[in-house]
Design a protein around this ligand. Structure first.
Ligand code: MRU
Length: 351
């Protein structure tokens, strides 16, 4: 069966490939109301920072299209509420609120004409989605140049098209591009607790025919010690202006391990993931998720039902552990405050 798009706007609804069901089933959620999109985001039916950006954009478009003057108050106030509601569903990935606010701005000239406002928001959302696609293609090509022929790459979480909503992934896009040049094999971290590596990255690598080995996160150091890893490549949920990187919990551990073994630690993300307003990683909000995700998975539970749990979904890797940040503009090296700033774009240029 052909795999449906990760997310698309069709017939006045937002359609989302339900990643909670992968790899066992391919199911599509049909969202006609904003709370359905928010629930899909909150429960990780759609996830990954750039894909969340696309979801945020189409979510606001849905909010604009479902506006009801009788119950929703002023159109402008309604849209502002929709943006804040959507942006608040997952606080760490900067792309979500960023995209929601960009498309909402398209309605500003149409405050007294909700129909025209809704059309303008949707058009902007489409533009962002197309732009997101192009940027990941370019990013992948830049990143592949960092990997030597035959490289064994360690990857954490899931950063493929499932996570970007584009034709190419970010970190996995680099791996896709390197594979097309005939070089690469991948160590796939399972990525506890929600198993994005085991469930989603393996599924994507299988589709592309890229050789991989699935390991538990705690095995990574062992394989580095044995000389079986040449580089670590990960994505990002938010990159502070100084190059500190928030990404899936466990990324910081991989960065420390890479440093201890003298391996390059490469971060691949589009410029939309760089938060120039946040000076350092200390200021990045870290999403705390439910205890049930750590006590078990799906229907299985392996800890006492009341075991106290901590479940930060992300951690922050300090910039001094980052060898390179790859974006659609090229490869940045330290000092990141300077090299990243050179890539800052006016919002209008994003699409
Ligand atoms: O909680 P998730 O699955 O949304 O976390 C995703 C990640 O941490 C990814 O590494 C990151 O968003 C980059 S995706 C291209």
């Amino acid at each position: 069966m052909a795999v449906p798009p990760v997310i698309e706007w069709r017939d006045g609804a937002v359609r989302i490939l339900d990643q909670r069901r992968l790899p066992d089933a391919i199911e599509v959620l049909h969202c006609t109301q904003v709370p359905q999109v928010m629930e899909a985001i909150r429960t990780l039916a759609i996830r990954g920072a750039p894909a969340l950006g696309v979801a945020g954009a189409y979510g606001v478009a849905l909010g604009a299209h479902s506006y009801d003057a009788e119950t929703d108050g002023r159109f402008a106030d309604h849209l502002n509420r929709v943006v804040e509601d959507i942006a608040g569903t997952r606080p760490t990935a900067v792309n979500l609120g960023w995209a929601a606010r960009i498309v909402r701005a398209a309605a500003e000239p149409h405050a007294d004409d909700p129909g025209a406002g809704a059309r303008a928001v949707l058009e902007r959302a489409h533009e962002l989605a197309v732009d997101n696609d192009r940027r990941h293609l370019e990013l992948a090509a830049h990143g592949a140049s960092l990997l030597a022929p035959g490289a064994q790459v360690l990857h954490h979480c899931n950063t493929g098209p499932l996570a970007t909503g584009a034709g190419f992934g970010s970190a996995l896009g680099v791996i896709q591009a390197a594979h097309s040049q005939g070089k690469i094999s991948v160590w796939v971290n399972e990525t506890r607790p929600l198993l994005q590596g085991a469930r989603l990255t393996t599924w994507e690598l299988d589709q592309w025919g890229i050789p991989y080995t699935l390991i538990t996160d705690s095995m990574a150091g062992h394989f580095m010690q044995r000389g079986s890893v040449d580089a670590v490549v990960v994505g990002a949920d938010r990159i502070a202006a100084n190059g500190d990187v928030a990404n899936k919990i466990g990324t910081y551990t991989m960065a420390q391990l890479a440093r201890a073994h003298g391996l390059p630690f490469i971060v691949a993300a589009p410029i939309s993931t760089i938060d120039f307003e946040t000076a350092t990683g200390d200021a990045i909000p870290i999403e705390e998720r439910g205890a049930g995700e750590v006590r078990g998975h799906g229907a299985a539970r392996w800890a006492p039902g009341d075991a106290p749990v901590a479940n930060p979904a992300f951690d922050v890797t300090p910039n001094e552990l980052v060898s390179a940040i790859v974006t659609e503009r090229g490869i940045a090296r330290a000092p990141y405050t300077t090299t990243l700033a050179a890539w800052r774009e006016p919002v209008e240029a994003m699409a």
